[in-house]
Design a protein around this ligand. Structure first.
Ligand code: SAM
Length: 193
């Protein structure tokens, strides 16, 4: 799977360099990052790093993980002066450092098992910000793999138990994205032990 994903995403970034251009960070992240208890962050499936760059510019030390060497090279090129460590890894098997991070962010990517592994990588009171696409009859792209689309209200159930939900929202995505799609966003604060 990993090798297929790497090839697919490297090709996508090479064919559509617009995807590597500077973009605004996730609004859900922008509105909530201040509530993180410290400055260690991880950006899962960071792409060219819009969220990593935003966090690093606000004083965070960021581990930026992605399978695409093309996306990570672009991130390095645009942000070599910032405290960002690019990590080329397959998130199907990658396990982040345990009880280490104050904030984890995962946008426009869905791996339900990774969400559970990431919960273990957060310190008590740390934030988990997730924002990604959901099933909707009016989504412009109707051929997306349903495994990678959230069901109604699903993000809340994925964080239930280990997190206090600080914010939950469903919305139409931003105009800079390629297709108009419905999304969910959530901010959870990890429970104290
Ligand atoms: C739609 S982009 C999202 C990029 C970024 N999070 C954002 O919101 O702008 C999805 C990213 O997931 C990465 N990806 C896909 N499969 C992966 C895997 N198995 N392991 C790590 N990264 C993966 C791709 O390389 C791509 O950069």
């Amino acid at each position: 799977m990993a090798e297929k994903d790497r090839t697919k995403w490297n090709q996508k970034y090479q064919e559509k360099p617009v995807l590597l251009e500077a973009r605004p960070p996730s609004l859900v992240l922008e509105n909530h990052y201040r509530q993180a208890p410290g400055k260690h962050a991880i950006d899962l499936a960071c792409g060219s790093g819009r969220n990593s760059i935003f966090l690093a510019k606000h004083g965070f030390c960021v581990d930026a993980v992605d399978i695409s060497s093309v996306a990570l090279s672009s991130l390095h090129e645009h942000a070599s002066d910032l405290d960002i460590t690019p990590i080329e890894a397959d998130l199907d098997t990658f396990t982040p450092k345990e009880a280490y991070y104050d904030l984890a962010v995962m946008t426009n990517y869905l791996d339900r098992k990774l969400i559970a592994r990431t919960a273990a990588s957060l310190k008590p009171q740390a934030l988990f910000v997730i924002e990604t696409y959901m099933q909707h009859p009016e989504n412009e792209k109707q051929d997306s793999n349903p495994d990678f689309l959230l069901g109604e209200g699903e993000l809340k159930t994925l964080l239930e138990g280990s997190f206090e939900i600080l914010h939950y929202v469903e919305f139409w995505n931003e105009p800079h994205e390629l297709y108009r799609m419905r999304k969910q966003g959530i901010v959870g604060r990890k429970n104290k032990l």
